[in-house]
Design a binder for this molecule. Sequence first.
Ligand SMILES: Nc1ncnc2c1ncn2[C@@H]1O[C@H](COP(=O)(O)OP(=O)(O)OP(=O)(O)O)[C@@H](O)[C@H]1O
Ligand SMILES: [Mg+2]
Length: 478
Amino acid sequence: MPPSPQSSPPDTPLPDPRDYVQDGAVLIGCSRQGHDLVPECIELRLANRHGLVTGATGTGKTVTLQVLAEGFSAAGVPVFAADIKGDLSGVGAKGEPKPNLVQRAQEIGLARYGNAAFPVAFWDVLGEQGHPVRATVQEMGPLLLSRLLELTEPQEGVLNIAFRWAEDERKAGDPKMEILDLKDLRGVIDEMGKQATALRSKYGNIAPATVGVIQRSLLVLESQGAEKFFGEPALDINDFLRTGPDGRGVINILSAERLMNTPRLYATFLLWLLSELFEKLPEVGDLEKPKLVFLFDEAHLLFNGARAAVLDQIERVTRLIRSKGVGVFYVTQSPSDIPDRISAQLGNRIQHALRAFTPKEQKAVRAAAQTFRKNPELNTERVIQELQVGEALVSVLHNKGEPSVVQRTLVRPPMSRVGPLSPQERQALIVGDAANRQKYAQTLDRESAHERLKARNSTVGQVKDKILRFGNLFNLNR
Ligand SMILES: Nc1ncnc2c1ncn2[C@@H]1O[C@H](COP(=O)(O)OP(=O)(O)OP(=O)(O)O)[C@@H](O)[C@H]1O
Ligand SMILES: [Mg+2]
């Protein structure tokens, strides 16, 4: 049985976040069914069947994400969430009993409503608002990198050659020819340009114009701050799977305020993270509760202008990551932002209000209404437009995994702060997170392709290089 709401006693004892998790389900809010208030919950064992949170701007999406993050954390499930406006950071501070929140608690008869802070870890691709998150260029791979560089297919072909050539060089006795950061990639592309004629017979045509385009795209990427992201120490995704000393899951918050200025970097980075989780986590099948819940805000950016190969990858990762124990919740304004084949995999649904002024919006509302299992008591299409802030249509997976009948639901108020942390509060939490700080604060710049190519291109370097290669081939340098 899910947690049941009761009328709140006058002297509310200290709240326990775990109150909102009972019998393997996380409370989202309550619906009114006749004279009864009925709790609406996400079942932990079905949270890896993913979800979708939608609604127009200002309708309560971020607060709903906060409620989900709190609930999963309280259930001992670590969370990863991108924080687009900085306001989700408040989950790390104890909230205040503001009148609108207390009123909501009373409306849904929430017993013992009170405030609490949640365990958080802050991350930032740009390394300012959290621990730096890095990946090596090799880990990201040519498919995602091409998307980042906005390359055409022939240009992507040349990028593929760069990866293959560097790999062949490593195999041929120069193990340090690794492409770790953007300097390395630039070095490899430059070198391929120079050796185009020699490389043609083995790898195919490497047109100078194409090399030029890739170099220019790399410059643009660097100017967007991406050189901070590529390099080492690379993120170990196991660091997203931690729980605090009291057993609550750590809520990993990616600061995305500045990152959102470069939407393509944001979307590609999150897709890379999902792919990493998918590749690195072991197969576990269906668990009692997920190992991680991934809240993907502004998810439409993932699909905007994505090529078929990227869409295929998103679909594949979304489908298969389930058996790695990861639940993904996409968050966007309208369900029509998500391609059907991906949308079909998102079982738990929370729909906040949508506006329908233009014919296109009206169509989107109709389509959104049709995705729900019908409730004869509700005119879904009308209700979607009437929903108040912090109110949503909710349908979750239950029993054998079928969707529940859609219910008009008042989302519970969060226990943590609604609104951002101050810069001082955030810094204190980052500094206090010693383990991640020690591991990630300093950039590591070991010898790789950039240095190797520079050495090879000097006269002394060429001699040394020959000796090194022979040495490595005959195991003399070990
Ligand atoms: N469940 C709730 N209980 C009480 N108040 C709520 C609830 N949800 C939202 N609110 C109120 O509505 C305000 C706006 O909500 P929120 O920031 O979640 O909207 P949003 O959809 O994320 O907006 P945006 O699109 O601008 O980011 C909150 O600051 C809060 O005061
Ligand atoms: Mg918001």
